[in-house]
Design a protein around this ligand. Structure first.
Ligand SMILES: [Ca+2]
Length: 524
């Protein structure tokens, strides 16, 4: 019944939008715009893409694309903006500029504020913003203006809880042990992993009980800090920041953080139960460390079970967040996952942006957004069989072709569009790999995901400058000490001195900027 209701709601929404458009909504004569488009290596030729032909036919708006290879994109767009003349009508791509650059050039008057256009000419996008205030918060600058159209792909819980833990079930069975549920049980299990020839190759010393990658986002062990207070946020841009009941918290100065460093050193790192190599490994080395004839990893942190390779993935099962020494736990979640702030930007040289924005608005209609992201109907996707919970399904890609080749020649994924959970529940299913992660997250992680990571927000240009000035030293010290205390202990002796040093570096101002920006975005 719930599914039927959400389907009806989705249909009602589509019909409302369609009904709002008068017959002469799109221009009678063809209108063209000069648009720079960023091309990744797997992209086909934009002029040949089926999706853009479909959109042109519907809107009577032609995109005269200047196709710029991804490798040259940043240099060219910055050169163009710094010159300030002969700008195209728009820059178009899922990652055209970072948010600091966006506001820096917006401040110089290079981009048009889009608020009024959205209100008047973008009914689909406007409806998305009304239904998803977190998107509106993420794309609204502190001056109240919106300078870019975003790319949002929120396929449920996959991105919301990026980090999961996995453990070797074959080794557990061999040792007659269960998947640990508490930190004590984890210590027992990892000790057994260390002491035994679990992989049976005759060498009792090649087993790594637990691996992680320091500062490796979802590969970091920051989730374990949740057993002592807040899970540690290792995501770029919101480094260590979380929000508790509207209050911004910088976790590296909390008591729980101190306890986590102390406990993990004493019970795990000092005993060789978590791999010291984790502090220096790069991502490629991390992902490649379980590729031998027999598995050598007992447990690990990652996005997906197969991130450490396909060879031994069937030996592993997901492990839920563990209860800490005092019987509590927390895991981190990203409140604004799947939002890429900068998609399409309209420049000051665009004489009449109305039809350009009507074209862009079509991408926020799920029927077109779906085809932009997952391929065109009849080519990459088709109507689902009767009785399916979905309206569409994927077409198998031809033998000898990769999924990317099949998709990226016809369409332009990761650009302006906004697909949310209701879409993936009723219109087109999420891909299989996402489904597996979604299941782990909803069943095992969501119930204890109480640490709310700081959301994606736009900081003013002045605040960005201040953050750049202060944060390097603060992040540097916090990371240096986190590594040192986990690897070699000593947090108790150094804690007070560390807090004083952070204060002297301007920690309070740093936190205040994050708090102020959060309050403005969420109207507190
Ligand atoms: Ca062995």
């Amino acid at each position: 019944m719930k599914k039927l209701i959400s389907l009806l709601l989705a249909l009602a929404l589509l019909m409302t939008c369609a009904a709002a458009l008068a017959e002469d909504y799109y221009p009678a004569e063809k209108v063209s715009y000069n648009v720079w488009i960023r091309m990744r290596p797997m992209n086909g030729n934009a002029d040949d893409m089926e999706i853009f032909k479909i959109m042109e036919e519907k809107t009577n708006v032609h995109m005269n694309f200047e196709q710029i290879p991804q490798a040259d994109w940043e240099e060219k767009i910055l050169q163009n903006l710094n010159g300030g003349v002969d700008l195209p009508d728009a820059y178009y791509s899922g990652y055209s500029l970072n948010s600091t650059q966006l506001l820096q050039y917006a401040n110089q008057g290079m981009f048009l504020p889009l608020n009024d256009y959205i209100e008047q000419y973008m009914p689909n996008f406007k409806a998305k913003l009304e239904a998803h205030p977190e998107v509106k918060a993420a794309i609204t600058a502190p001056d109240g203006n919106i300078y870019s159209l975003p790319f949002c792909r929120f396929d449920g819980l996959t991105g919301q809880i990026p980090s999961n833990m996995f453990i070797n079930k074959v080794w557990l069975d061999k040792l007659n042990l269960e998947v640990p549920t508490t930190i004590d049980e984890l210590e027992t299990v990892l000790t057994a992993f260390k002491e035994n020839d679990c992989n049976g190759n005759g060498d009792p010393d090649d087993e790594i009980p637990m691996t992680f990658k320091f500062e490796g986002s979802q590969r970091d062990l920051g989730g374990l800090f949740g057993m002592f207070g807040y899970a540690d946020n290792l995501y770029t841009g919101q480094h260590h920041f979380c929000v508790d009941d509207g209050k911004v918290i910088y976790t590296p100065t909390t008591e729980g953080y101190k306890k986590a460093c102390s406990y993990l050193y004493e019970h795990f790192f000092s005993k060789g139960l978590i791999d010291q190599e984790g502090f220096t490994m790069d991502k490629a080395t991390y992902n490649a460390q379980n590729q031998g004839e027999v598995a050598n990893i007992g447990s690990y942190f990652s996005w997906n079970i197969f991130d450490l390779g396909e060879i031994h993935k069937d030996e592993y099962v997901p492990m839920a967040p563990l209860l800490g020494p005092d019987g509590t736990t927390s895991w981190g979640y990203v409140t604004s996952s799947g939002i890429e702030t900068v998609g399409l930007i309209v420049t000051k040289d665009c004489k009449d942006p109305v039809n350009l924005l009507k074209w862009a608005d079509l991408t926020y209609d799920d029927y077109y957004g779906m085809q932009l992201e997952y391929g065109c109907i009849g080519t990459n996707i088709k109507e689902a069989e009767e009785g399916s919970q979905f309206q569409y399904e994927y077409i198998d890609y031809p033998e000898g072709m990769t999924y990317d080749e099949f998709l990226f020649g016809n369409t332009y994924p990761d650009s302006c569009l906004a697909l949310f959970r209701d879409f993936y529940d009723t219109v087109l299913s999420m891909p299989d790999s996402a489904k597996a992660k979604d299941k782990i997250n909803s069943e095992m992680y969501l119930p204890v995901a109480t640490t709310k990571y700081y959301p994606t927000l736009l900081f003013s240009a002045e605040d960005n400058d201040r953050i750049a000035d202060i944060s390097t030293d603060i992040i540097g010290l916090a990371e240096e000490k986190r590594a040192e205390w986990l690897a070699r202990g000593g947090v108790e002796n150094e804690w007070e001195d560390y807090l004083a040093r952070l204060d002297a570096m301007g920690l309070q101002e740093y936190i205040d900027i994050y708090q102020k920006t959060y309050d403005v975005a969420f109207g507190q």
